[in-house]
Design a protein around this ligand. Structure first.
Ligand SMILES: Nc1nc2c(ncn2[C@@H]2O[C@H](COP(=O)(O)OP(=O)(O)O)[C@@H](O)[C@H]2O)c(=O)[nH]1
Ligand SMILES: [Mg+2]
Length: 307
């Protein structure tokens, strides 16, 4: 799924420009964008808005056109060598540009090495462009933060987990089931990999309008997730999901009675146990270590393939 990251110039109200109602930071909503597509929309800060449209490449192109017609310029429209005249090559100029928008600290050293790697590849290819492309799909997650969605029944400990990873009280935790009604999205640094972390509210069967919308968002999110995590806890079973979870985590591991499913990680967010193993597992799923360590070039920008 495409992600549009919109950065506002000072004084620009992005939501107003897009014809959307203002929303609190971090709260995800499902919106219709100019009759083009439905999209998950979340504002991360005063100047940062993410659009995650449902549709594929064609829809993404139409959205890009629409955003252009609103005066919102795409970064890819600029000539990198004009912006980075000190770059030794076009590859290096592209790398410097990517460096400016890379979300993850892990991207820095890799990007700085790309000029050399592409030079090597262009003089003596060791891999096909398809192979490079396949690895790059993982590495591109260092530029645009991948979407991690945690799903579990109410009270399983999802928000407490998010808070423990974040190290501050961003999400709301409560003993009362269903009190966290909103989908809360935050950027989280998982040992060098920055992700969009989505804390889902507890799902309940109800005809209530807000709950209905929440359930629609859940469907979109589960489809869009780069990493879907199913959560259970002692006395609280696994959630029913429309597709298998990528990872399973047993929360509240400090409490007795958890029947750890095979391969499930065990975490106590309250005591902090199992957190670093959990972070490693999510990171490994999204950007495997062998991909990070591979010496070949990274197709971090489609324009590299053309030159
Ligand atoms: N013993 C224990 N309790 C926890 C742990 N994590 C969360 N809880 C408690 O479980 C309850 C529900 O947690 P919450 O994070 O709001 O669950 P959510 O509904 O899945 O978001 C709260 O009272 C938390 O304090 C844990 O690791 N150990
Ligand atoms: Mg919660």
């Amino acid at each position: 799924m495409a992600v549009f990251e919109l950065v506002a110039a000072p004084g620009v109200d992005l939501e107003a420009a897009l014809g959307l109602a203002p929303r609190p930071a971090g709260v995800m909503r499902l919106e219709r964008l100019a009759d083009i597509d439905m999209a998950l929309v979340v504002r991360l800060s005063d100047s940062l808005l993410w659009l995650m449209p449902h549709g594929g490449t064609r829809i993404a192109q139409r959205l890009t056109q629409w955003l252009g017609s609103l005066g919102l310029q795409s970064q890819g429209a600029l000539d990198p060598q004009a912006v980075w005249p000190e770059a030794e090559s076009r590859d290096q100029a592209l790398a410097l540009e990517a460096l400016g928008r890379a979300a993850s600290p892990l991207a820095v050293d890799l990007l700085l090495d790309q000029h050399r790697r592409w030079q090597e590849h262009r003089s003596q290819p060791r891999e096909t462009m398809d192979e490079i492309s396949r690895r790059s799909r993982f590495l591109n997650r260092l530029l645009v933060p991948p979407l991690v969605v945690v799903v579990g029944r109410p009270n399983v400990g999802k928000s407490t987990l998010a808070n423990a990873l974040l190290g501050r009280e961003a999400a709301i935790t409560s003993d009362v089931q269903g009190t966290t009604r909103d989908y809360v999205v935050t950027q989280l640094d998982l040992a060098g990999l920055v992700v969009r972390w989505c804390d889902t509210p507890g799902r309940r069967d109800t005809t209530d309008q807000i709950e209905r919308e929440a359930i629609d968002i859940a469907g979109e999110l589960i489809g869009a997730a780069d990493c879907l995590i199913g959560a259970a806890a002692p006395g609280i079973g696994w959630p029913d999901l429309p597709r298998p979870a990528d990872l399973h985590v047993q929360l509240k591991a400090d409490l007795p009675g958890g029947n750890a499913a095979e391969g499930a990680l065990r975490v106590s967010a309250r005591q902090g146990s199992g957190l670093s193993e959990f972070v490693s597992a999510v990171r490994e799923f999204l950007v495997p270590r062998d991909v990070l360590a591979h010496p070949g070039p990274w197709l971090f920008d489609e324009r590299l393939a053309a030159s």
